[in-house]
Design a protein around this ligand. Structure first.
Ligand SMILES: C[S@@+](CC[C@H](N)C(=O)[O-])C[C@H]1O[C@@H](n2cnc3c(N)ncnc32)[C@H](O)[C@@H]1O
Length: 339
């Protein structure tokens, strides 16, 4: 399957020359479709912070940079950036790739019409850059970007302090991490309903900035904490959050439940229901159905979801009995116990 944005990139393949870098593409079939179409001696690299995308770019003859922030060992003639979720993230991405560009490098951007790319020109202007629209098809836009990136501020993680139920936490994050700089209303509600977790191995699945795991570990030093997320930006934020609160935990970047350890005593999550800009329940459905096998007998799964999401049925199908611990502000807290 190819995302519309990737189809747009292939439609404009003649713009790609020399040493090519593709930045933050979705986890689709682009790498396999693009590589055979490029004339020699073109070289192809990808930068991604997403474990699922990194997996789809594990192909001989392609260099895949998979990390929170990239450090390139080469310079690129052509860069294609998939338009990110926020303008702030775009500024950080441009600053991150700047050291790998030469004066003659060409920068292209591709994005879904519904994903914010329509405001690229005005945002580029604020950065002292010029964006020119080159193509419009498949509900997507294809732009080139001109100007110097040298003055852009180097990406850095920032720290905020939140007090939740008398627990004060320093939370680190960066644009691109879920709800950057804010505490999600659903997560705040979830943190009010975790008193049953006092010891054992605990997984914070889809940890984002690590606020749930840090909260649990700070209040229950006996727990053996694991935090996982598909995003390397999120897991780097979580590592920094744990460090900023002098807490210990194992942080894992993985698509879906991490392979190790085999089982947990408790799993806690504010699970994802978006992939890019689209609503996507499949990640949470897989997570819920696989959780049962990854819990020790008597272990619990506690999660928060928007009330409009039909997770109760799925939880009942998988676990049998489901308890609704709370409902407020459009969110519901579900708890199930593995029998
Ligand atoms: C709703 S956010 C919750 C973040 C954090 N726990 C909080 O409450 O602020 C969901 C998180 O799931 C992560 N995620 C999305 N797809 C995933 C996948 N396939 N495997 C693991 N984590 C995923 C996202 O990167 C995001 O950080």
């Amino acid at each position: 399957m190819l995302a519309n944005t990737s189809q747009m990139l292939l439609r404009n393949i003649s713009d790609l020359t020399g040493n090519i870098l593709i930045v933050e593409p979705p986890a689709d079939e682009l790498a396999r479709s693009l590589l055979p179409e490029l004339p020699a001696p073109t070289k192809l690299s990808c930068y991604t912070s997403n474990a699922a995308t990194a997996q789809s770019w594990q192909i001989p003859d392609i260099t895949c940079y998979f990390s929170a922030l990239p450090e390139f060992q080469q310079q690129f003639d052509t860069v294609v950036i998939y338009y990110p979720k926020s303008k702030e993230q775009l500024s950080l991405t441009l600053a991150a790739i700047a050291p790998a560009l030469t004066d003659s490098s060409q920068i292209f951007l591709v994005g879904d019409n519904k994903g914010g790319i329509k405001s690229l020109s005005s945002h580029a202007e604020k950065l002292g850059l010029q964006a020119h629209k080159l193509d419009n098809a498949k509900h997507c836009l294809w732009y080139c970007l001109n100007g110097s990136l040298a003055a852009l501020t180097k990406p850095r993680f920032s720290q905020q302090q939140f007090t939740i139920n008398h627990t004060t936490l320093n939370v680190c994050s960066i644009a691109g991490v879920f709800n950057h700089g804010k505490l999600d209303t659903g997560t705040a509600l979830l943190l009010n309903h975790l008193q049953h977790i006092t010891k054992g191995s605990v997984l914070d699945f889809g940890c984002g900035s690590g606020v749930i795991g840090a909260f649990l570990k700070k209040n229950n030093s006996a727990i053996n904490l694991y935090c996982s997320d598909v995003s390397a930006l999120a897991t780097e934020a979580t590592k920094q959050t744990l460090q900023a609160n002098n807490l210990q935990g194992t942080v894992i970047t993985a698509d879906g439940l991490p392979a190790k350890p085999a089982c947990f005593d408790h799993i806690v999550s504010n699970p994802p229901f978006h992939t890019g800009i689209k609503t996507d329940y499949s990640i949470s459905e897989t997570f819920i159905s696989q959780s049962k096998d990854r819990l020790n007998p008597g272990g619990s799964l506690t999660l928060v979801a928007n009330t409009h999401l039909a997770y109760q049925t799925l939880l009942e199908q998988t676990f049998g009995k489901v308890t609704v611990l709370a409902k407020a502000n459009g969110f519901v807290i579900y708890q199930t116990i593995k029998r």
